[in-house]
Design a binder for this molecule. Structure first.
Ligand code: MN
Length: 484
């Protein structure tokens, strides 16, 4: 039997770009040392009160605008009551009931396998993150560094029809958060966590009638995009198997978790005994009005995002769509590209060098652009050495690797390696004549259309230790063969 798939997402992303936490003055920064970024509020000491971080509200509203959501006239927060060690106040300050959230009812276009898709956004809201706990054989530890870090929770409508679509959307969101300066959105730092809803139905039925869809299964706390893809695909297969063996109808609405080690989803609890969080308006934060002026100011301050940069690169800089797509994929690379151009390199040359040589090196060594000492200034100097004919492009690559490995200026490496490109006509001509003299048989072969031309070029390169200008060399070889 064929099945259709329906997926909805909840994406939690920490706002990493504010100086302090969302309701306390503790630093909002990633720290390897547990329990160092903590203020009394984060520990729920008696009598401590929350102070709303204006910058976090601003960033949340910016995300809401980018997602085409409606912003509330008045903003307020709510208490979500639950008892768990990771939340010492026994409640989380969040925004649950409409119209409290910073954004409701938006939509976003994203690209999946070359096609533009649209997902409806139910809401995006601002809340505080919980502490993080680790469980060992006989003990558990809690790190309050994360408690109170501003967190954006984005809830989509179940508009995804495959794991690919869900992941493509998440990648688009990560790009938005990075380009808008809201978050590094780095899942390696635990900044992104997703909950996934999956249900299926017989493909022969009408998908617009919600009654035809099967029981919704929620998978909690998936911490990487790869995990989201695997969890969705695993769950689709699991539910299809239940259909095939006739036990699907017994399946209750449930919450499962993704287990990375066994690559499977594991039953956690039934939705029948869903937790009642007893939401009510947070009394320690007065409801406040968002002025039209402030909202307008925020809207105007939305930075250029990946799609706009991509369009600029193609239309104004004249680079290919393929290269532009590669460059804007990571904001750090796009920033690097723009810096290189500011150093006086043409957009086309900068794109060629970055998309092939620089990213090739980084991918091979599993590095980020910020990990290497090849600054845009150094790359631009290197490109100029090649474009001025001082070294060949082949030598340029060698110098580039050396800059990264030795942390030195390109000119210095060129000096140290005694590199220079021979652009002297007569010098190259002497070598060409010598090479041709040695191989009269190959000249004959060349005339008969045999592919031996590159051999001549290679011999000249060998004789000059790669320093002859290749196109000049080729021209001289042609001239000299003509003369014979
Ligand atoms: Mn939440």
């Amino acid at each position: 039997m064929e099945y259709k798939v329906m997926v909805g997402l909840e994406m939690h992303c920490e706002i990493s770009e504010t100086k302090s936490k969302v309701f306390s003055s503790a630093a909002n920064c990633y720290s390897e040392i547990p329990n160092t970024n903590v203020r009394p509020y984060d520990m729920a000491f008696p009598g401590v009160l929350p102070v709303v971080n204006k910058e976090a509200v601003k960033m949340a509203l910016m995300a809401s605008m980018i997602l085409g959501c409606k912003q509330p006239e008045y903003m307020y927060f709510e208490r979500k009551n639950y008892y768990y060690p990771d939340m010492p106040k026994n409640f989380q300050i969040t925004q649950e009931t409409k119209p409290a959230p910073v954004g409701i009812y938006g939509k976003l276009d994203y690209e999946c396998n070359g096609e533009v898709k649209t997902v409806r956004i139910n809401n995006i809201h601002l809340e505080e993150d919980a502490a993080s706990s680790d469980h060992y054989a006989t003990t558990s530890t809690i790190d309050y560094n994360r408690a109170g870090v501003p967190l954006l929770e984005l809830v989509t409508e179940p508009d995804f029809r495959s794991a690919d679509e869900a992941v493509a959307f998440l990648e688009t969101m990560r790009s938005i958060y990075q380009y808008a300066g809201i978050s590094e959105a780095d899942s390696k730092k635990g900044q992104i966590r997703c909950d996934v809803n999956v249900s299926i139905m017989d493909a022969s039925l009408d998908e617009s009638d919600m009654k035809n869809w099967g029981t919704k299964v929620e998978i909690k706390n998936v911490n990487s995009f790869g995990g989201v893809r695997d969890a969705i695909n695993y769950e689709i297969t699991r539910q299809m198997e239940l259909k095939e063996n006739g036990t699907y109808d017994e399946m209750e609405q449930q919450t499962r978790r993704w287990d990375e080690d066994s690559a499977s989803t594991i039953y956690m609890r039934s939705k029948v005994d869903a937790i009642d969080y007893k939401y009510f308006v947070e009394p320690n934060i007065p409801k406040f009005k968002l002025s039209k002026e402030w909202l307008e100011e925020i809207r105007k301050s939305i930075p250029e995002l990946a799609p706009q940069r991509k369009a600029k690169y193609i239309n104004e800089y004249g680079i290919t769509e393929y290269d532009a797509t590669i460059i804007v994929k990571e904001k750090a690379v796009s920033d690097y590209y723009e810096e290189t151009i500011k150093c006086g390199v043409s957009p086309k040359s900068a794109s060629n060098w970055i998309t092939t040589t620089v990213l090739g090196y980084l991918n091979k060594h599993e590095l980020e652009i910020s990990d290497v000492c090849l600054t845009p200034e150094r790359l631009s100097k290197l490109i100029k050495l090649v474009e001025d004919g001082k070294i060949s492009s082949k030598q340029g690559k060698e110098v580039l690797y050396k800059v990264i490995e030795d942390d030195k200026e390109p000119e210095k490496i060129v000096d140290e390696l005694g590199m220079k490109q021979i652009g002297d006509d007569n010098l190259i001509r002497d070598i060409v004549v010598k090479v041709l003299d040695e191989h009269p048989d190959l000249i004959e072969a060349h005339r008969k259309g045999k592919p031996v031309f590159d051999f001549f070029v290679g011999q000249v390169m060998k004789a000059t230790r790669g320093q002859a200008n290749p196109s000049l060399t080729a021209n001289i070889i042609r001239e000299e063969i003509e003369k014979r």
